[in-house]
Ligand binder design. Structure first.
Ligand code: PLP
Ligand code: COI
Length: 341
């Protein structure tokens, strides 16, 4: 039976759902996926994930559509990105089919927790891969755990599709030039926490990080990529220290499809002056339009939205992307998979 929650006001918090799945990697091979219900895991006190951050995760959503069907969005890209994170952190790759089976199982078994259509809410899936075997010397573990849980989720940033202000942080980097910024390692988020918290305390939605090498170019926001729009062109940073966002990749394809130009290149900070629109984009953030960006250390404020509202192209992109995800419009790219419930 569908559980009852305040669907219109869901945030992005842990809400216990009933079923999770996990599989262990031991003796050089993956075991079977098992369903479990507990919110806690027994874990070895010397597991490499606990001491040395040998850990990566993913985030993707299941959407209850206008037609009542449940869709997954470009899950193959998440499976591939988890494999790329695993390679960088010397963890075994989760086979694509195992990833697929895990997200399908969690989605189907928790169908009562999937938000109904019409609230903009979704079922957020969180795959996790950790070094679970013990090592005290700094070495990769011999055993690993892959798990997936889900939560009903609303907007990551308060208020949904509404402009938010971001703070440029120069004091801290979330990633190093040849570090792990381009994979989804938990350690990146630990490194960025201090900047994000500083931004929150000062009343900003989040931190905007600059490239860690020269501090000249825009990298990305704490939990999302960055894009700007001017002269009918969608521009997004090219950088080795940012996460290759699946939402951003989709928006680039959609922008082109809708007749705009697309540029993926370095974006000097001063270019913010010239942007007509800007946004943060990601699975959790969807498109979060940006009102202004403040560079406190240089005493500069870049007002992106003059009237405080999302711009027309960001709005068009948002409607097209979410329209495909919620089955409101055709999916010309074959991005969605209807889950056979
Ligand atoms: N950048 C960072 C640092 C993120 O955590 C995320 C979220 O996954 C993104 C970008 C957006 O990526 P995606 O669109 O694949 O969710
Ligand atoms: C996502 O968008 O899926 C993310 O992982 C971002 C954030 C919640 C870490």
């Amino acid at each position: 039976m569908q559980i009852q929650l305040d669907w219109a006001n869901l945030g992005f918090e842990y809400i216990p759902t009933k079923y999770k799945v996990k599989a262990y990697y031991k003796n050089g091979k993956w075991g079977k996926l098992e369903v479990f219900e507990e919110d806690y895991l027994p874990i070895h006190i010397a597991a490499t994930t606990l001491h040395y951050g040998q850990e990566a995760f993913e985030g993707l959503k299941a959407y209850r559509g206008k037609d009542g069907k449940v869709r997954l969005f470009r899950w193959q890209e998440n499976a591939l990105r988890l494999q790329s994170s695993a390679r960088r952190l010397l963890m075994p790759e989760v086979p694509i089919e195992m990833f697929h089976e895990a997200i399908l199982t969690v989605t189907k078994l928790n169908k009562d927790f999937i938000p109904p259509y019409g609230y903009g809410a979704t079922f957020y899936l969180r795959p996790l891969l950790i070094g679970s075997g013990p090592k005290v010397g700094v070495k990769p573990a011999d055993e690993y755990l892959f798990l997936v849980f889900g939560i009903p989720a609303g907007s990551y940033f308060k208020g949904g599709f509404k402009t938010q202000d971001f703070l440029i942080v120069r004091k801290y980097d979330r990633a190093a030039p040849l570090g792990t910024g381009n994979i989804k390692a938990g350690g990146n988020y630990a490194a960025g926490l201090i900047a994000t918290e500083e931004a929150h305390k000062k009343g900003y939605a989040n931190a905007l990080f600059l490239d860690p090498k020269e501090k000249k170019y825009i990298d990305e926001a704490g939990p999302a990529n960055f894009f700007g729009i001017k002269n009918k062109t969608y521009i997004t940073p090219k950088s080795d220290s940012i996460l290759p966002s699946i939402t951003n990749k989709s928006l680039m394809q959609l922008a082109e499809y809708l007749g705009y130009k697309v540029e993926q290149r370095k974006m000097p900070v001063e270019e913010l002056e010239t942007l007509e629109e800007a946004g943060a984009c990601g699975t959790a953030a969807v498109i979060t339009p940006i009102g202004k960006i403040v560079d406190e250390e240089l005493g500069k404020t870049y007002v992106i939205s003059k009237d405080g509202n999302p711009g027309p192209i960001s709005t068009e992109l948002y409607k097209t992307l979410t329209g495909i995800q919620f089955g409101e419009i055709d999916d010309p790219f074959g991005w969605t998979e209807v889950v056979d419930m």
